[in-house]
Design a protein around this ligand. Structure first.
Ligand code: ATP
Ligand code: MG
Length: 157
């Protein structure tokens, strides 16, 4: 069993210096209590690290990144109720045609700009792989010029 609010608190506090260096305000909401789902602690830590790192990196300077936990959501495609974590930024957003390809290995929306920022294009491929092993889902909503929201959905059973 993995306590997701505890994982979020630890990932957020370890990424605080990274956010601060970009002038980003990293805000955690709804993660005070205890909510356990079956899974691997280190792998789920990796999922949230990759997504929050992206939000900080692509969210733009002096903006906010919100990490928000919602418990006991009902997912039509899941047998049990689920926990949802929304990671939202106020960056440039992602055009619709790129969204289905984001979790491909080495896929980067703007390869020139992304290369300048560093990284390999593997972060979201790893997220997808780990979530598949947990029967979880990744949902992406984005509006160009406004920002993106990546939602992680993990079943309780
Ligand atoms: P790595 O994670 O390996 O350091 P990366 O961040 O480029 O490199 P991914 O995390 O897999 O790789 O992301 C793939 C691409 O998706 C990124 O290069 C970027 O173009 C786009 N992307 C990911 N998250 C966001 C976001 N929050 N806002 C805008 N674009 C994003
Ligand atoms: Mg990344």
């Amino acid at each position: 069993q993995v306590d997701i609010p505890a994982v979020l608190r630890s990932v957020v506090s370890s990424l605080h210096p990274v956010a601060e260096a970009q002038g980003v305000d990293l805000i955690l909401e709804g993660a005070d209590g205890t909510e356990e789902v079956p899974g691997d602690h280190d792998q789920l830590t990796q999922v949230f690290t990759n997504l929050i790192e992206n939000a900080i990196k692509y969210g733009g300077r002096d903006k906010e990144v919100h990490v928000c936990l919602t418990s006991h959501t009902v997912e039509p495609t899941m047998r049990s109720s689920a926990i949802r974590v929304d990671i939202s930024d106020q960056g440039e957003g992602i055009a619709t045609q790129h969204i289905p390809r984001l979790t491909e290995r080495f896929y980067r929306v703007d390869s020139h700009r992304s290369r300048e920022m560093g990284g390999t294009g593997l972060g979201l491929a790893i997220v997808k792989h780990i979530l598949n092993r947990h029967r979880g889902r990744l949902r992406v909503e984005s509006h160009v010029g406004q920002g993106s929201c990546f939602s992680v959905i993990l079943p309780y059973e």
